[in-house]
Design a protein around this ligand. Structure first.
Ligand code: UT7
Length: 324
């Protein structure tokens, strides 16, 4: 028998305030037309004043627990993927524990920027398979609106806020690709690409949280190849042809990156979950948000095979294959 990290429930939270592209036309030399044509984004949600990453993470986690039919006391560990924590420390995960009323187990944050949820899922899988925890809440939560330079049209129109959460539980499987749960994971990073996407502040440098800086076009040119390569690597680990994938649930940075990756993998866009038009790029929250939306509307059904893939600052990139 093989231990598998099986998904029991998913949930999400989006802040109330929705900002359409047209809003940026008032202050920047940009247009709804440019933003939609180059990115696929039509609108995004921004957190209210005082609304934090942990506030959103707690709401998403509560929804995921409800879908799983579990109480917070049933959870052994909380892993939060975020690059926009409430405070430098403690972790958002410990704030989620407190918010949910959990007084046992453990929590920590994972920081791999837009690839954070894939890194957190892979970490949770390793902990479940090795017996360190049986039920893990894996959350992606971000308030990227707090690190935007509102004068930089090349970045501030791209990002949004939100949170998504997934409950995983260790269950015995048969050891084949027919098992439910996480079947494969592949992680990569390469610090030589740091200048392509970073925040220009931090604790040991400026003492300020800083603003996001991005070389969009060079990053775009790295993205499709690296995403397709990590997807192929995960598929190869379990000897699964890409035709066996039912869905790609990609990081939602840009519709053209999503389309390019699907094309390289030979999957039609009908099998790709796309939420970039409504959420923008929510970094580590984008995959669990898309997953939650597609489970909620009935597109993703039990037994189907999902490929999740993401790339972001670092650069860090990776993929996970999971049978729902
Ligand atoms: O989540 C982490 C991963 N993130 C990504 O993977 C993002 C990757 N990059 C991208 O999605 C795209 O590169 C962008 C959407 C950021 C930009 O699209 P692009 O097709 O690569 O455009 P570009 O950067 O080459 O810029 C083309 C033009 C430039 O003007 P010039 O120099 O040709 O006159 C930009 O100044 O578009 C201009 N531009 C804008 N124009 C109107 C840049 N931003 C805007 C804007 N509105 N908001």
């Amino acid at each position: 028998m093989t231990m598998r990290a099986v998904a029991l429930g998913v949930g999400h939270y989006l802040p109330e305030r929705i900002v359409p592209n047209a809003e940026f036309e008032k202050t920047l030399d940009t247009s709804d037309e440019w933003i939609q044509a180059r990115t696929g984004i039509e609108r995004r949600h921004f957190a209210a004043d005082g609304e934090t990453t942990s506030d959103m993470a707690i709401k998403a986690a509560t929804a995921a627990l409800a879908q799983a039919g579990l109480a917070a006391s049933d959870i052994d560990a909380v892993i939060v993927a975020t690059s926009t924590p409430d405070l430098t420390f403690p972790s958002v995960a410990t704030m989620v524990q407190q918010g949910l009323g959990m007084t046992r187990g453990f929590g920590f944050d994972v920081q791999a920027v837009c690839a954070g949820f894939v890194y957190a899922l892979s970490t949770a899988n390793a902990m479940i398979v090795s017996g360190q925890a049986n039920r893990i809440l894996v959350i992606g939560a971000e308030t990227f609106s707090r690190i935007m330079d509102w004068t930089d049209r090349a970045t501030c129109v791209l990002f949004g806020d939100g949170a998504g959460a997934l409950v995983l539980e260790g269950r015995d499987g048969g050891g084949t690709n027919d098992d439910r749960g996480i079947l494969a994971a592949d992680l990569n990073s390469d610090g030589q690409y740091r200048e392509m996407l970073y925040v220009d502040g931090g604790v040991s440098t400026t003492g300020e949280s800083g603003k996001l800086r991005m070389q969009g076009n060079p990053l775009f040119r790295q993205a499709v190849g690296k995403l397709a390569a990590t997807a192929e690597a995960s598929l190869a680990k379990i000897n699964m042809p890409s035709e066996e994938l039912d869905w790609i649930v990609p990081h939602q940075a840009n519709i053209r990156i999503i389309q390019g990756t699907a094309k390289k993998l030979g999957l039609p866009m009908e099998q790709v979950v796309v939420t970039v038009q409504d959420h923008g790029n929510t970094s580590a929250a984008s995959i669990p948000l898309a997953l939650s939306v597609a489970v909620e509307d009935g597109r993703i059904k039990p037994g189907q095979v999902l490929l999740m893939e993401a790339i972001g600052g670092g650069l860090a990139w990776g993929s996970v294959i999971l049978r729902w």
